[in-house]
Design a protein around this ligand. Structure first.
Ligand code: GYE
Length: 311
């Protein structure tokens, strides 16, 4: 069929390429899934993927990218840990005529320094989370605890912004405390414990907004240990839609999440194959979808459908 021909055509164009991938680390379930999916997508297309784990450090990412340039790879994928500080190394890749594709996070740099960025609209994700809370809370006063992602990362900046936009004009809802939990369960739990202490043993807290599900799962644990009920005493809204948050939703302990696909590499490799085949320039932003899930969406079934998708 035509679809098959198109698919094999794209795979053929990518076949035999060597692609360097500078991954951030493995801070979250979503990140681990993205790594697995990227490796699978490369294998399916006959791409030789060189993988480098930066352990959360931009300097390691810059070193890895320089290494890929020295090796003369055909393309480079970067999941950029923070938004700034990329201009020099990207200019080096450009001079070497190696296309760079950004995965899942945006950067503050001139967009001629990379081929495209495959990411969600992270302001929108924050807005969707905030809109859910506004609707759920109604007119009641609501003190929100915000668990931010990695400081200086585009999802932390933008998810904060979008949520603030959603609650603006609803003076009953306030972000009373906001701190980074670095996108990890451990830090999410730690920060939530300190919030609980500062807020009358948690009794003054109405909701938690976590920039990812892992921090929400950590916060849920802290709330339970404080003798309160997450999902009812304290509402929980977060982002990613990893399998574990659906287990929490099925147990009534989490309320809402915004889905982020771990398959950023598929669209990236498609764009790369076209570019390599005939110079087709992709749009500078390939946007993935952001869908809201709540307890009304049969969380157990969603868990079952997701648990093998690279997670
Ligand atoms: O939401 C979070 C992760 O960069 C958008 O990074 C991504 C975020 C994702 O570790 O779980």
């Amino acid at each position: 069929s035509a679809a098959c021909l198109m698919l094999s055509g794209a795979a053929f164009a990518a076949d035999g390429m060597t692609v360097g991938f500078s991954q951030i680390g493995s801070e979250s379930g979503w990140r681990a899934a993205e790594t697995t999916v990227t490796q699978n997508q490369a294998k399916e297309r006959g791409i030789d993927l060189k993988f480098a784990d930066a352990q959360q450090k931009q300097e390691n990412q810059i070193k890895a990218v320089r290494g890929f340039i020295a090796q003369g790879v055909d393309a480079i994928l970067i999941a950029p840990v923070v938004a700034t500080g990329w201009d020099d190394v990207l200019a080096e890749a450009k001079d070497a005529e190696i296309p760079v594709i950004l995965l899942d996070r945006q950067i503050d740099a001139p967009d001629d320094l990379y081929l495209t960025a495959v990411t969600s609209d992270q302001v929108h994700e924050g807005k969707v989370a905030g809109d859910w809370l506004v609707k759920d809370v109604g007119d009641k006063p609501c003190k929100v605890m915000e668990l931010q992602g990695t400081t200086g990362s585009s999802p932390a900046i933008n998810r904060k912004k979008g949520f603030e936009e959603a609650i603006a004009g609803h003076s009953n809802i306030t972000i009373a405390r906001s701190q980074t939990g670095d996108f990890t369960r451990t830090k999410g739990k730690e920060v939530m414990e300190s919030f609980i202490k500062a807020e009358n043993g948690g009794k003054d807290i109405c909701a938690v907004y976590a920039h990812n599900d892992d921090m929400a799962v950590g916060a849920i644990q802290a709330i339970k240990e404080a003798g309160l009920k997450p999902g009812t005493d304290i509402k929980i809204v977060s982002i990613d839609a990893v399998p574990d948050i659906f287990l929490a939703m099925a147990a009534g302990e989490a309320n809402a999440t915004v889905e982020l696909t771990p398959n950023m590499a598929g669209p990236a490799f498609d764009a790369l194959a076209k570019f390599k085949a005939d110079g087709t320039l992709p749009p500078k932003w390939i946007q993935t979808e952001s869908k809201l899930y709540t307890q009304a969406d049969d969380p157990k079934a969603v868990y079952e459908s997701k648990k093998d998708l690279g997670y």
